[in-house]
Design a protein around this ligand. Sequence first.
Ligand code: ADP
Ligand code: IOM
Length: 343
Amino acid sequence: MPYPQFPTDCSSALCRHLTPAIYNELSGRRTRYGFTLDDLIRSGVENPDSSIGVYVGDEESYETFAPLLDPIIREYHHFDPETERHVSDMDPEHLKVDNPDPEGAYILSTRIRVGRNLHCFPLGPGLAQRERLIVECLVSEALKGLEGELSGHYYPLEGMDDATKRQLIEDHFLFKEGDRFLESAGLNRDWPEGRGIYHNDDKTFLVWVNEEDQLRIISMEPGGDIVRVFTCLSLAVDALQRKLTFAFSERLGYLTSCPTNLGTAMRASVHIHLPKLGERMEEFRAICNRHDLQIRGIHGEHSQSEGGIYDISNRRRLGITEVEAVRQMAEGVRELIEREKNL
Ligand code: ADP
Ligand code: IOM
């Protein structure tokens, strides 16, 4: 691929950071798994409306392509990957936050997820068909051993009927199909083989297998009891890491296919009804920016809000502990609710 030409209105992190000099420096490089610069940037080149535009194929890519990736990481996480070290804290005892909406007037549901990938395998964009099946097998075996509120069943996507799939997506439990950003990154190869979802009976604990990351470990429930959702997630992550070895670096924390998910790989969100603030997007964005929160629509990334309902979550995931990320989200959401009440 020659040096890409981005449309003039493109604002992705890729288009802002990929200079001709960096392109020339990196274009001959290849990791041991054969991942190249072209593979790394294809999604952002084919989809200029990406917010970031790069997907990483393996652990080594974070070193091999550091001249492009480090500035993106620095900008997104306000974290210097050359001098700082990521610190983790997933102890629910340390999370001292109240439900920001005890009357249940604004928050519809709370969801906290972390991404994880298996050490000794490439990340999703670099995963071969056979490796993806091995990952599915290892993860679904590990999930079988979960007990109590975490116990459930694994449902492979292959063979799942369309109505069930549609309902799971509609209810926000399952990932969407045919995401063009993931498609260009090679993350949808051999679809639907090797993909699936695990959940308990109440669908309060779920694991996505082989989507953007090999595991997305998810705790979610109606309402705003953030501590309970975090406690369940922490328990699950603890149980799974006794059975699986996750890709982790002292420098960058948990390694994920998208650099926005490095570190904690955690996105703590609420679905919240804020119709009045939704009419004042400038003020809404200003409050979110002050708390480093991201606004998404209600069908996930790249979707729009419906009926005044928004998905509000922590933006930063690296250089912040899990406990801090959740606290930051809770504090911002409290301020958003206060403002909505006063409008
Ligand atoms: P991820 O959180 O893994 O980055 P998305 O932003 O694509 O992925 O969201 C995945 C799904 O999770 C979507 O259906 C989205 O609506 C749903 N979701 C996110 N936050 C919440 C929440 N607080 N309550 C209910 N569903 C949620
Ligand atoms: N995480 C990833 N899906 N995302 C940041 C896509 C994008 O670059 O728009």
